[in-house]
Design a protein around this ligand. Sequence first.
Ligand SMILES: C[S@@+](CC[C@H](N)C(=O)[O-])C[C@H]1O[C@@H](n2cnc3c(N)ncnc32)[C@H](O)[C@@H]1O
Length: 289
Amino acid sequence: MITHKQLPEYYDWLSRYVQLTNWLAYRDRFASFTMHKRLGIEPAEHAGVRRTAGVEYVNDRVLGVADLPPAPRVLDAGCGFGGTIFHWQSRIGGRYEGITLSSVQLAVAQREARRRGIADVCRFRLQSYDEPLGSGFDAVVAIESLIHSPDLHRTLANLSAALRPSGVLLLLDDMAMCDLDRHRPAEAHLLRRHWGCARYWTYDDYRNALYRTGLSLIHEEDLSALMRPRHEEILDCLERTYSLLHERIPLRPARTVVSAYLGGIALERLHASGNVHYRLLVAGKGSRS
Ligand SMILES: C[S@@+](CC[C@H](N)C(=O)[O-])C[C@H]1O[C@@H](n2cnc3c(N)ncnc32)[C@H](O)[C@@H]1O
């Protein structure tokens, strides 16, 4: 069972392993420095699209709806290797802060910022998004990180406090469309056990938490159509294999990676059945000017 306390170590091992899978898939250990899911933007479907387009896509999509002022000040809450920050900084400039629980991710992000000569405007640190974050940000972005929040209302209230009055909160995540414990107990169990999700937040949880925080929804999109869940038989076969490995492998780092895969399979099943959607929410305090 992965617990909330183990998340830093969990992400450290995953971050090491993902460098290997990126290299095998793209011959590039960091593949745009992203650590979110790959979407179905295939080079074959769009002539000229880069091989890494499927993992880069959401950075552009979220930036496209952010409506940021020139040279914005942005906080990435759960920044991974810093991919969103590097992408946005190269497009629109600005000043960025990225926080992560993983020291492996932190080291990669800081090294890349130095390599690009932008370490003065792209700063990274080890910190939870539930701790005080500073204030005056034009945007706070969280891509596939709030799934780990133990208390969504508390987390969103904290992120909102970091925004200036005209700032925007940009959330992109897998959101359950029903109570998974009630309607999909097997998958809910796998996500709790292998991804350390105390509760899998629903779309309604997000909307209610935003409302309670005093934020209004400005824009929303459903990107689920870009997901490419694999066939049920493939998922069944993979789940059997990974469960066996998880049972038998004595090494903690390898078990951690297998855990991540088992949680991912549960999520893929939930996407295939329509019980989870990949949604982008943009919220603000209501005084954009
Ligand atoms: C799936 S990765 C996504 C990384 C990045 N947003 C991206 O799109 O590449 C999840 C990220 O959330 C971070 N995270 C999870 N819980 C967190 C917390 N309480 N505070 C800060 N970061 C957190 C992890 O450290 C990791 O960087």
